[in-house]
Design a protein around this ligand. Structure first.
Ligand code: SF4
Length: 241
């Protein structure tokens, strides 16, 4: 695998992709080369204006309102079209580097149903030519929206290869945040879940990254558990208790 250590240099080496990347940036899209956890190209959207107002972490420890992720999020356009063009560039970069794209590292599908519909329909139109499917995904992401608020979009996105997991949900395609990975905490989560719970491998010893782990898109049958890290510990803990 080629390390996407410098997405801009990578994009510029490939003429067509360079144009997509520059177009996305000129529209206000923000793209990143990933971090030690994801090691994958990703897109950013603003936090809050693209998120459900009901998200319990908004302003209360959301990781995307911290440090470098926040710096990227505040630069991203709130409009859906730049995010769609950015997604095309990220998916292409992922294909070139043997990775999946991580869509909206910060932000979500949209704050209103009209914004969700516009983003998802254009995203599907733009990414369908990549030929992804549930079995052969091209990107992955997470949403704090309840399925009742997003209509058919979650299934439609998965059908074209965007593996989208549901946050704060202890069932199929779910992810949860636990106060810690203490044995009693994990055991309780496993008792209460309707699907087997696994701990995020990037938060365990062993040096896994999303690019090597792949659970978030390969195992919809599992619930992925995260624990807060760094500066989010105290604030997230307050939300979880
Ligand atoms: S479980 Fe695997 S794919 Fe999912 S976030 Fe953790 S390291 Fe990445």
């Amino acid at each position: 695998m080629t390390a996407p250590s410098d997405l801009h240099a990578l994009f510029c080496k490939i003429r067509a992709l360079g144009k997509v990347y520059e177009k996305a940036r000129s529209l206000g899209a923000v793209l990143g080369a990933g971090n030690a956890k994801t090691d994958s190209p990703g897109t950013y959207r603003p936090v809050g204006s693209t998120c459900p107002a009901s998200c319990p972490y908004l302003g209360a420890g959301c990781y995307a309102q911290q440090r470098r992720t926040y710096m990227a999020a505040v630069r991203a356009s709130a409009a859906h079209y730049p995010a769609v063009v950015g997604a095309v560039a990220a998916v292409r970069a992922g294909q070139i580097t043997g990775r999946l794209a991580r869509l909206h590292v910060s932000g979500d599908l949209g704050a209103t149903r009209a914004e969700i519909d516009a983003y998802c329909s254009d995203l599907i139109a733009a990414l369908t030519p990549f030929g992804g499917s549930v079995e052969s995904p091209i990107a992955w992401t997470y949403t704090h929206h309840h399925p009742r608020d997003v209509g058919p979009w979650l299934d439609r996105l998965r059908a074209i290869g965007v593996a989208i997991r549901r946050s704060d949900y202890s069932g199929r395609w779910g992810v949860i945040v636990l106060p810690s990975f203490a044995p009693d905490v994990v055991a309780r989560a496993r008792r209460e879940a309707s699907a087997p719970v696994v701990k995020c491998r990037a938060q365990l010893p062993g040096g896994a990254t999303c690019a090597t782990c792949r659970i978030c898109w390969d195992r919809p049958d599992l619930v992925v558990a995260f624990r807060p890290d760094g500066g989010t510990d105290r604030r997230i803990g307050a939300v979880l208790t």
